[in-house]
Design a protein around this ligand. Structure first.
Ligand SMILES: Nc1ncnc2c1ncn2[C@@H]1O[C@H](COP(=O)(O)OP(=O)(O)OP(=O)(O)O)[C@@H](O)[C@H]1O
Length: 313
């Protein structure tokens, strides 16, 4: 049996009320060290409130929060030195240069000046050429790169990325994905919120779904896609079929009203769609086009938020 490891983050009954409005309802969440966890949910679900509570930007109403086993009520500052946050909003002093603002950040986290680390982060985020520019002279995308550099320069062990690639170009998205994977492989724990589900699909080991302040589920991404996902085979015939072909009946496929397309939904424990296709060819049906489509995280999330998963657990 493996040794129990101390979670990177442990939330128990975390609640937040803004006046009469409850933004977080007793959230329990454990993040394992070294994992990339994507917290997904619609606008206003409570993602930023959760992250803000851990980072000390939001005052929780109830519950406990532990970072690497240390209770933030008992020590609100020490454990937070191990945390980095990429906030949604750009928040730096426009009068410092890029390098200066990173040096200040190192000092703020009680670290000695480390120019090599600054260079490393700037290179990883493709910002090296702007090292001596004033931050106010950066473009929007470059500002976002700097925001990420600032969150990482003190080598945090737990990093929150709150919509890190909102409104940025494809190149930064790719750079960031590569860098996030690299630091995760070196042991950094990442909690990510994103509305780009492709981003969660690319990066996350595990996914949590939050809605209206309630954590609905947490699950390994691959298992979630297997459990709720489906594969769809759509066959278009060159000539309309008057009735469902025999093979389609055997596989419980469906035929469109105009007889032109046959659709087969393949789920776990179903016969593979390749078998149906082979039967259709063997029966000499006039197949013009074949298309397959696998559920993406986006499809799964929509189903779960609608409260009617495409397949029961
Ligand atoms: N300072 C505040 N005062 C009152 N209500 C607030 C405050 N901050 C957040 N809220 C409310 O709390 C709820 C959760 O907001 P939060 O910013 O955590 O959502 P989110 O999941 O991060 O959304 P988004 O995806 O849009 O960033 C929202 O209904 C929001 O209006």
């Amino acid at each position: 049996m493996s040794e129990p490891t101390t979670p990177a983050l442990e939330l128990k009954g975390l609640s937040k009320a803004y006046g009469k409005f409850t933004a977080l309802h007793a959230v329990d969440l454990t993040i394992r060290p070294g994992e990339i966890f994507a917290l997904l949910g619609p606008n206003g679900a409570g993602k930023t409130t959760l992250i803000g509570s851990v980072c000390g930007l939001v005052k929780k109403s109830a519950g406990t929060m532990k970072v690497f086993g240390k209770d933030l009520d008992q020590d609100p500052t020490g454990p937070r030195y191990q945390v980095g946050l990429v906030p949604q909003e750009i928040n730096f002093d426009p009068f410092f240069s890029v390098a200066e603002s990173l040096r200040i950040q190192q000092g703020y986290y009680g670290q000695p000046r480390d120019d090599a680390r600054i260079d490393e982060v700037l290179t990883a985020l493709n910002l090296q050429a702007k090292k001596d520019s004033l931050t106010r002279a950066l473009s929007g995308g470059m500002k976002r790169r700097l925001l990420i550099a600032k969150a990482l320069v003190h080598k945090p062990k737990l990093v929150f990325l709150d919509e890190p690639t909102a409104g940025v170009d494809v190149e930064l998205r790719r750079d960031l994905w590569t860098y996030v994977k690299k630091i995760a492989s070196e042991g950094t724990t990442i909690v990510l919120t994103t509305h780009y589900l492709e981003e969660a699909e690319e990066l996350a080991d595990r996914v949590g779904i939050i809605n209206e302040g309630r954590l609905l589920m947490t699950e390994d991404k691959a298992a979630l896609l297997r459990r709720f996902g489906e594969k769809r085979l759509v066959v278009t015939f060159a000539e309309p079929q008057a009735a469902m072909p025999a093979a389609g009946t055997r596989f419980s496929a469906s035929l469109s009203a105009d007889g032109r397309t046959l659709t087969y939904v393949e789920r776990d424990n179903c016969a593979p769609s390749g078998e149906l296709l082979r039967s259709l060819y063997a029966d000499g049906l006039p197949i013009a086009e074949v298309e397959t489509r696998r559920s993406r995280l986006e499809d799964v999330l929509i189903e779960i938020l609608r409260g009617r998963p495409s397949q029961a657990a």
